[in-house]
Design a protein. Structure first.
Length: 290
């Protein structure tokens, strides 16, 4: 071998080593790509199974909620006939028992409505119908709605006169549903004092509704969980009261659909303030998926 042949041999050896290294890298890259493709395939399959499970759950909730309505309405109708004394007078004990049946059926109907609304939101079947309306009209309707059920003389429900709050362009029914959930919860967990409802400008584009109470309050560690599905507070009052734990979760989803958000400030034993902040004027692009 001549002196000139040695560099060529060394070069050839280096090239061969580089070729082998490149081949190894290519094989490793192909293996990695196969792994990534398999991972994406598994993620797609899991996403599809999750979508199917969510759809099945929504269908089940909607079907069961619909089927529950008929017997509930029958119970309420019969109880109403009895309290109207169309078939004769009732003894005080009979009247007490019939009222208990009627109240329980009403609570059951509210639970079914929550389940049905949740199923509709999850299935994306909730239509948003915005229109212009005055704040005072909304508060007047809510005041009239809750007046018949204010049975605790130790609690008053106060609606503050809205100031510097313009007309709103949003879905009044959905907003009313959010506030009804907030007010119902506040009345449920307040044994003495007041529940106060107010509205104010958060900024020039947003308005905030607040429902404050002097009730049992919520410990800080539970603040994040109260807006989850089926959330229940661990308290003696909660154990005596029935409910699905869906009202606040549903309120959060409805607020998102209205382009807004919900909030909570609370201290254990010192009451709570639930808020919903929405745009003064809902634009199609602001409505979000729940």
């Amino acid at each position: 071998m001549t002196q000139h042949d040695r560099p060529d041999a060394a070069t050839a050896e280096a090239l061969e080593a580089a070729r082998r290294e490149l081949e190894a890298l290519r094989a490793e890259l192909e293996e990695t790509n196969r792994g990534v493709v398999a991972l994406y395939g598994e993620l797609d399959a899991q996403a599809e199974r999750l979508r199917e499970a969510t759809e099945l759950k929504s269908r089940f909730l909607a079907y069961m909620s619909h089927e529950f309505r008929t017997p509930i309405n029958s119970i309420r109708s019969i109880a109403r006939l009895l309290t109207d004394r169309l078939d004769g007078p009732l003894t005080p004990e009979q009247e007490r028992q019939v009222m208990f049946i009627q109240d329980t059926a009403t609570e059951f109907a509210a639970m079914v409505d929550d389940l049905l609304d949740l199923a509709r939101v999850e299935a994306g079947r909730v239509d948003i119908s915005p229109a212009w309306f005055e704040m005072v009209d909304l508060f007047t309707a809510l005041r009239g709605m809750f007046k018949p059920i204010l049975t605790n003389p130790d609690v008053v429900l106060v609606f503050e006169e809205p100031h510097d709050v313009p007309k709103l362009y949003t879905d009044r029914q959905k907003l009313s549903q959010i506030l009804r959930n907030f007010i119902s919860n506040a009345l449920k967990f307040t044994q003495h004092g007041e529940v106060r409802v107010c509205a104010y400008r958060a900024d020039h584009e947003m308005v905030t509704f607040a429902v404050s109470d002097t009730g049992i309050g919520i410990a800080p560690e539970h603040h994040g969980a109260v807006f989850h599905d089926f959330a229940q507070l661990d308290s003696p009052i909660q154990k005596r009261l029935r409910g699905t734990g869906l009202g606040l979760s549903l309120s959060k989803r409805l607020a998102l659909l209205l382009g807004g958000s919900v909030g909570l400030e609370s201290e254990l034993g010192k009451g709570s303030t639930f808020t919903v902040t929405i745009p003064v004027q809902l634009k199609p692009a602001e409505a979000k998926e729940a």
